[in-house]
Design a protein around this ligand. Sequence first.
Ligand SMILES: NC(=O)c1ccc[n+]([C@@H]2O[C@H](COP(=O)([O-])OP(=O)(O)OC[C@H]3O[C@@H](n4cnc5c(N)ncnc54)[C@H](OP(=O)(O)O)[C@@H]3O)[C@@H](O)[C@H]2O)c1
Length: 285
Amino acid sequence: MSQKTCLITGATSGIGRAAAMALARQGFRVIIVARNKDKAEATCRRIRQVTRNEAVSWYLCDLSLLRDVQALASQLRNDLDSLDVLINNAGARFLRHQLTPEGIELTLATNHLGHFVLTLSLLDLLERSAEARIINVASGAHYGADGVIENILRPEEYDGKKQYARSKLANVLFTYALAERLKDRQSRITVNAADPGGVATNFARNNGLIPWLKHRLYYLSKRQLLSPARGAEIVVYLASSPEVRGATGKYFFEKKERRSSAASYDIENQRKLWELSQALSGLGH
Ligand SMILES: NC(=O)c1ccc[n+]([C@@H]2O[C@H](COP(=O)([O-])OP(=O)(O)OC[C@H]3O[C@@H](n4cnc5c(N)ncnc54)[C@H](OP(=O)(O)O)[C@@H]3O)[C@@H](O)[C@H]2O)c1
């Protein structure tokens, strides 16, 4: 059997790193997408060392920059014959309002828009796999998002937690909208959203020590703080388990399908987000 190829974003830390490790252990050829060369090299070296799988490599890309994502996609289309698994995992919360050099709010750019462009740009490669899977790493935070999707672009007043929740709702809306589009074109590609639960990672560390500790304490107080390896299990399950072969357009928590928020099933919201993402990225799909 030929080796399957998995591409994963945000694998230099936390859930992504643990998922990359587990998939390399299963024998996947693992490609990690990272924004920092030293971290990328160190992560690949460590995964090779631990798993004894040499087929672990990296590409550089800042997911919040659309020109970076487009360059990455064209490099991948040159270098790969096909792609079996795409894991859209990189993500962050920003307590301060910031714009990317391309003028897009940073949470939206990092958590949704970069992955929107990456995914649509790699569909041809994924179509060449006999059984391709896309996994979008969402979050239970999406339940708290206001359902007015336009707010993701122009919130009346920036609030980092609210904007993060909207960006995670965007992950779920994108999952459902893409699943329908793929079904319409009779594609074999499946796409699902993974909710890892509360996980002890570097998440929120970019905002300083206190917000990082608060994030951990919140889940600790609920006795729900998981290790990265445990948090990554749902991602690995969706990427490789035969139990979910053919499952698409679903939200998974603890290896079970779960209902996501009412706002995520709203077709109008899905359509609006798609159009907004197209307009911002210039993609015509
Ligand atoms: N931790 C939780 O409790 C939790 C709960 C629900 C959902 N999630 C989701 O899980 C995913 C992974 O988060 P985590 O908890 O593992 O956090 P983490 O430890 O901070 O890891 C985040 C990863 O994303 C990368 N990244 C961030 N911004 C990037 C950018 N602009 N370009 C490229 N890579 C970028 C980071 O790279 P660097 O190493 O260079 O920073 C890192 O590899 C996120 O989507 C998050 O929303 C986390």
